[in-house]
Structure formats: C-alpha cells, structure tokens
Design a protein around this ligand. Structure first.
Ligand code: ADP
Ligand code: ZN
Length: 642
C-alpha cells in the first residue's frame, strides 16, 4: 500500500531512453527546414512586373524550378534599380524574385515580352529537391504518431516513477523490489500488536532461513500465504517485515498492476515477475489487493466475464504450481475479502494458508502508538493508554495518521513538543473531518441539533444493550451537523435484543425532535438509513423475525446479483416489507416512551450541549446517575452522524 517506489535500486539501473529524443528530432527537422529551405531577400512578383523587367533587360537569368516556380535573378542594373540598398550582397546567389506560374504561361509570356530584343534570355528549367521539407513531410507525421504512441504507452504503464522506454517493457512486471541491504529494513519491531499473525509468519521466516530443516524430512514449504483483513491493518507492513527478518529481497506489486487493457499483458507480467523472483531466490513476492485478479472466475454474468483477468489469474495459478516447492520463493498476498476469491487460488500448493489480520484492540492500539511515537518529540502529558482508549476502531494506518497529524498541529501552534491536546485534536479531525468553525448555524437549528443528539444519548443511556456513549458534540464537522460517539462491544455475536436496542437508540434523535418540537426534520436521514438496513438484516439475513422464520437470504459469496433475481417470492417480499416496518415502528414507539419518561433529563442534556457544545460520559452520569449495568472492556467505535 505504501510503495515508496524504491524502484529496482539494486538492479543495474534501467537504461533510460528518455522522452526528450522526440523533441530533439522535432527541433532538428525544424532547423533543417530553415537551412535547406529558401532564404535570402526573395520577394514575390507578378507576371506584369516580370514582363517589364524583361523588356528593360534587368534580368540575368530565370530558372523554372520543378516546373512550378520561376526564380528570377536580376543583373547588376536590375539590382541597382530594384534593390538600391542591397547592392552586391545577394547578387547571383539567391533569386531576387520568385513567381508561382505554370510552365506554358511562363514560356509564352517571356517570349512575348522580349520580342524584338537583341539577346533574349531563356528560361532554364531545373529540377530541385528541397530535402529538408520533403523529409519533414514524410517523417514528421511518423514522428508524431510514434511520439503519441509512446505517450499512450507510458500512460498505460502508469507509474510516474518508472523510467522511459515503456513500449519495450509493457509486458514486464511492475513489481517494486526492496533490497534488505540497501533499503531501510522493516522488522517485527516495527509491527505492533498482531501477535497471532506474527507468530504465523514467524514460521515463514524460518522456512526462508533454514529450508533444509524442513525439506530434510520430506516436508514441503508452503508457497503462498494469504493475509486477510481490513485496509490499513498492516498487511503490507507484515509482509515487508517477514522479508526483513529473513533478510531476503521483497517484491511488492498490487493486483491491479497486472490489469491492462491489452489482452495477454497481465499474464506476461505474472510470468516476468516470477522469473525475476526466481533469479533472486530466496525471496518474497507480495501481491496487494489480490482480489483485483483473483476474483472468482466466470461469475460475472452481467459484464460478460473478463477474459483478460481470467487469463492473468490462470497464469498466476500456473506459475504457483510450476515452481518447485523448495525454490525459496514464497508468495504473500493481501485482500480484505477472502470470500470472493476464486477457490482455485486457495487450493493446496497455492495460497493454502490464511492469516487473519484484524483491527487492533486496546492493547494493540497502545503498541501501535508506541511504535509511531518513537520518532516524535512528545510532551509530558501524552498518555498512550489514554489515546488508545480514545481511538476504538482505528486501524494501524489511522493511528499512524493521528501521530503525524498531531505533529503537524503542534508545529502549526509553534510548540516545542507534541502535547495531549494536539493528539486529541488530531483524533477528532480524523474521525469527523475538519471542524467548521464558522459554518452558519442559526440559534434554532442549534437547538434542534442539540435535542436530536441528546435524544440519542438519553435513549442509549437508558437501554441495557445499546452501546454506551463516550462523547456528543454539536460542532459541525465535515458534512455532519453533530455527532455522538459510542463504545460498542467487541462482541462476536449479537442477540436480537441488542440489535433492537441499537435501533431504538438510533431512532432516539428523531423521537426527541418529535417530543420537543412536535415535528421532525430532514437531519435524521442518516439515522433512518441505518435503522432500515439493520431491520432488513434482522429479517432477511439473521433469521431473527418470527414471521419470516429461520431463513437467511444472505449470500456470503457475494456472487449473486439480487437486483434481478430475488431468491424469494413476491408474497415473501411483501411479508418482509411488513415485518421491517413493524420492527422500525415498534422501536420508534419505544424511543418515544423512554424519552417521555426522561424528558427532564433530556432537556437538561440538550441545554448543556447548547452551552458547552461537547459533552462526555461524566455529564450524563451527573444528570441520569450511573448506569445500572456493568460495562465490559470494549473496543471498536461507531459514530452516529446527526
Ligand atoms: P494494509 O496493507 O493492511 O492496508 P499497511 O501495511 O499498508 O496496511 O499499513 C499502512 C501503514 O499503517 C503502515 O505503513 C504503518 O505505518 C501503519 N500500521 C498499520 N498497522 C500497523 C501495526 N500493526 N503496527 C505499526 N504500524 C502499523
Ligand atoms: Zn441522529
């Protein structure tokens, strides 16, 4: 993901053919055309003028070039007459006049004009090639076409970091090679958390370091390992650290780099990549976003299938089967959707191992903060534990981003050290986008937003299974007008009751508007969308509805397209619709009931919000008292926009 394009640093640097030669040729031709073309003080003239000159005998000679152009050279008398200032200079060297004229007409006119003269001049026909112009007229379009083609090739070749000469290397792999000796080495020290994943890849490091230990007993070293997990969780980092620990070269490429509009290019790139890798063995190939090529084949009914991608995938499979198990090349691939990959990829001898890389938990986040704070100048009040608690649901990449953003904020404030507040601001900024300090909100709008958010906060506080609240703001950020932050459980299974309670809390904002103002606003679109999705999921996917029963219409493979073919009858569809609205309606009624019961607290909370703009758990405790339910250690966050 973060390819610092340290392109082929250890290879002998690719010969750069450069793009400038095209310009150089163009300029050369331009100059050539000037040098070879007609120069000097040549004027055009008319037939009448010419006749006059002939009669008065001012002309030295007339040449008819290629039967089209008459070139007229004056004699001394003529020059004195017509170019009094130029005298000797151009005499006889270049024509003084030219005249475009047809052959026949010129001869007739010349004869006519000189009738009766003692020694008439004759027209001398000459054949002359202007090589410069002629060559240009042939070569220029050619050069332009080639230049254009090169440009297109380079575009398609992508990679601004790549050198020129792309035409010759379109089928070459675009993998970036990191060499452990030269480049900064990534090791397990740089990977925080991910203990289980690290343990698994530790084995691979061992394979690469002491292959004989395993092969001695007849065992086969795995060829492919699939890293599965959400973006930014450190899959690339992990793969890089494996290479770093084993001290082997590391080829990094993204699945989409194989895809090109030309048929066969992807396959040829795969071939080239494996060829390069085998030369450098032992080594690691890392393919990011392998789903770009590894998606299940032949399932794409709508788009008519993608032959190019299929052939690329086939080539990858062939290569993986082809190289001997003990050739020392191990392929690591990353994806966030293992379920849509072609089953053939996961067969024994290919990517038969899968390592799950999850979002970090509290501990993991603290460690990631530690890793990224190593290079920062921190103030005394920075507490990693606290920051880890404030960042539930953040990925490793998000945390790296927080650290960087905090440093920038502190720098902007001209501080010596990065302080706690800088980190908190950075977190807010990353969660919610930029604070809109001066976005225009009227007093009455502010009141509506405050009651809406207070409605969410109150309902979730009063429901045992709803996620407790961490923070509510009515500071507009990004597109949202206000927001409530919750700390959801890290629960692996959710009960019907939990889902129902969450729906009530989500509808709490709208319900509060209804109770206080007697009308509802458009601000709750986001909430409604969420509730509808959840209700649908309960009825259609999780089998949590009594009328519909224990049926799931979920398709975990993601390969069915329900837009056209629903797996249920019209009758069932009607029933589903009815159940969904029943569910939402009863949740809404429940939200109304809770808020009516705690109307006083709701009002206090909203007033506090209008006053302070941000409130935390403590403020809720002050108003409603402690929640009677014990809160377990939770991670993960959820944000609910206005
Ligand atoms: P992925 O490939 O899973 O999308 P990356 O490996 O590219 O994610 O992670 C992006 C960046 O996030 C890394 O360069 C690193 O700075 C940071 N990061 C992610 N996970 C971790 C982690 N577990 N420990 C330390 N840094 C991490
Ligand atoms: Zn809301």
């Amino acid at each position: 993901m973060d390819n610092n394009n340290l392109q082929n640093q250890n290879n002998k640097p690719k010969k750069k053919i450069g793009f400038y030669w095209v310009y150089i040729i163009l300029i050369a031709f331009f100059i050539g055309s000037i040098v070879f073309g007609n120069t000097g003080s040549t004027k055009t003239t008319t037939m009448t003028e010419l006749s006059k000159m002939l009669r008065e005998q001012d002309i030295e000679k007339i040449e008819l070039v290629n039967g089209k152009t008459a070139e007229i050279y004056l004699n001394e008398q003529g020059i004195r007459k017509y170019f009094p200032n130029e005298r000797q200079q151009s005499f006889g060297k270049s024509p003084n006049y030219i005249l475009k004229v047809s052959e026949d007409r010129l001869y007739t006119k010349v004869d006519e004009a000189q009738q009766g003269l003692a020694n008439p001049i004759e027209v001398i026909p000459v054949e002359r090639h202007n090589w410069g112009a002629e060559v240009i007229s042939w070569v220029l379009p050619l050069v332009l076409i080639i230049g254009f083609w090169v440009l297109v090739m380079r575009r398609m070749g992508g990679g601004s970091g790549m050198g020129g000469g792309q035409i010759f290397s379109i089928g070459k792999s675009k993998a970036t090679l990191y060499d452990q000796e030269k480049d900064n080495k990534t090791t397990f020290k740089d990977v925080a958390g991910l203990e289980e994943a690290k343990e698994e890849v530790m084995e691979i490091v061992d394979f690469l370091k002491n292959p004989t230990r395993y092969t001695r007993l007849g065992g086969k070293i795995p060829k492919g390992v699939l890293l599965v997990g959400p973006p930014g969780t450190g899959k690339t980092l992990l793969a890089k650290s494996v290479a770093g620990e084993a001290n082997v070269p590391f080829f990094s490429i993204s699945g989409s780099d194989f895809v090109e509009m030309f048929v066969g290019v992807g396959a040829s790139r795969v071939r080239d990549l494996f060829k390069q890798a085998k030369e450098k063995s032992p080594c690691i190939i890392f393919i990011d976003e392998i789903d770009a090529i590894g998606r299940a084949r032949g399932k794409n009914i709508m788009s008519g299938g993608n032959d190019e991608r299929e052939s690329t995938l086939n080539q990858l499979l062939t290569e993986m089967d082809g190289f001997g198990t003990n050739s020392g090349v191990i392929v690591l691939a990353a994806t966030n959707r293992a379920d849509i990959l072609d089953k053939a990829l996961m067969r024994a001898g290919r990517f038969d191992r899968q390592i799950y890389v999850e979002l970090p938990d509290l501990n993991g986040r603290r460690e990631i903060f530690e890793v990224h704070m190593r290079s920062l100048k921190l103030g005394n009040d920075v507490d990693k534990e606290f920051l880890a608690k404030q960042t539930p649901g953040f990925s490793g990449a998000d945390i790296a981003n927080v650290c960087n953003e905090a440093a920038l904020i502190a720098a902007r404030r001209n501080k010596e050290n990065i302080e706690k507040q800088d980190f908190l601001d950075a977190i807010d900024r990353i969660v919610g986008g930029l604070e809109k300090k001066n976005s225009v909100i009227t007093q009455s709008e502010k009141k509506v937003i405050a009651f809406h958010e207070a409605g969410h906060a109150t309902t979730s506080w009063m429901l045992e299974h709803a996620h407790p609240l961490v923070k509510v703001t009515i500071v507009p950020r990004g597109k949202a007008l206000g927001a409530a932050w919750y700390l959801p459980d890290e629960r692996q299974i959710t009960t019907k009751e939990q889902m129902y309670h969450e729906m009530i809390a989500t509808l709490g904002g709208r319900a509060a508007e209804q109770i206080i103002f007697g009308q509802i606003s458009t601000g709750a679109l986001n909430d409604l969308e969420k509730v509808s999705k959840q209700a649908h999921a309960m009825v259609m996917y999780y089998g949590l509805d009594e009328t519909i029963g224990n049926v799931s219409y979920y398709d975990s493979t993601g390969q069915q397209d329900y837009a056209f073919t629903k797996p249920f009858s019209e009758k069932t569809a009607e029933k589903i619709d009815a159940e969904v609205s029943k569910l939402i309606e009863s949740a809404y009624q429940e939200a109304l009931r809770i808020l009516n019961e705690h109307k006083e607290g709701l009002t206090q909370l909203a007033e506090k919000l209008i006053d302070k703009e941000v409130i935390f758990t403590d403020d809720l405790v002050a108003i409603f008292g402690e929640r009677p339910w014990k809160q377990e250690e939770r991670t993960f966050t959820k944000k609910d926009n206005a």
